[in-house]
Design a protein. Structure first.
Length: 190
């Protein structure tokens, strides 16, 4: 007499379509990084052409992190910082428009939509620090009893930075308004 048949319980290392799960996950990550690097290369080519047309000298840095491609243009040795910052525009509006053009160029080159972030002369880095400071101050005001705090309107990427800071502080935030009037509201409700 034989005992009941034992059924093997799959473990994370078991095969999926003949490939160990860990290997399949690693292959997916490698493919995602390869695709993001391809985006960066296409973006860098396009930005280099724009800089040549505008007769600006800038060094292009490409970084892949947090599931995005970051393309930064920093002043070259022969260029003054203020000439490059002209591409940022008032409140970063020109930079936003250039970022959309670069994303379209990446789409045309790769066939894939891109969420890449373009920075020129450190504008986004400075703005990121400013937004984090602003969000921290708003969090403190809410904790001191302000109820809710409404921030000035900002773009989606900037709102995301604020939402992340607020969530890390254990408070609640949401975006309100439409179009160019969309802004973050921070409250203690959570």
């Amino acid at each position: 007499m034989t005992g009941p048949e034992e059924t093997a319980v799959p473990t994370p290392a078991d095969d999926v379509a003949g490939v160990p799960v860990e290997a399949a996950v690693e292959d997916e990550r490698a493919e995602a990084v390869r695709r993001l690097e391809e985006e960066g290369d296409a973006a860098a080519d396009y930005v280099e052409e724009l800089l040549d047309i505008a007769d600006l000298d800038g060094d292009i840095d490409i970084e892949v992190r947090d599931g995005r491609t970051y393309v930064s243009v920093v002043p070259g040795e022969d260029d003054e910082d203020d000439r490059l910052t002209d591409l940022v525009g008032t409140d970063g509006k020109t930079l936003e428009a250039l970022q959309e053009l670069v994303r379209l160029a990446v789409l045309a080159a790769t066939g894939h939509r891109s969420r890449l972030i373009l920075d020129i002369a450190g504008h986004r880095e400075r703005r990121d620090a400013e937004l984090r400071r602003l969000a921290a101050e708003a969090v403190e005001r809410v904790r001191e009893g302000a109820g809710t705090v409404h921030l000035d309107p900002m773009g989606a990427y900037e709102r995301k930075i604020v939402h992340d800071v607020v969530a890390d502080a254990g408070l609640s935030s949401e975006s309100e308004g439409e179009g160019s009037r969309r802004h973050v509201v921070i409250s203690a409700d959570g």
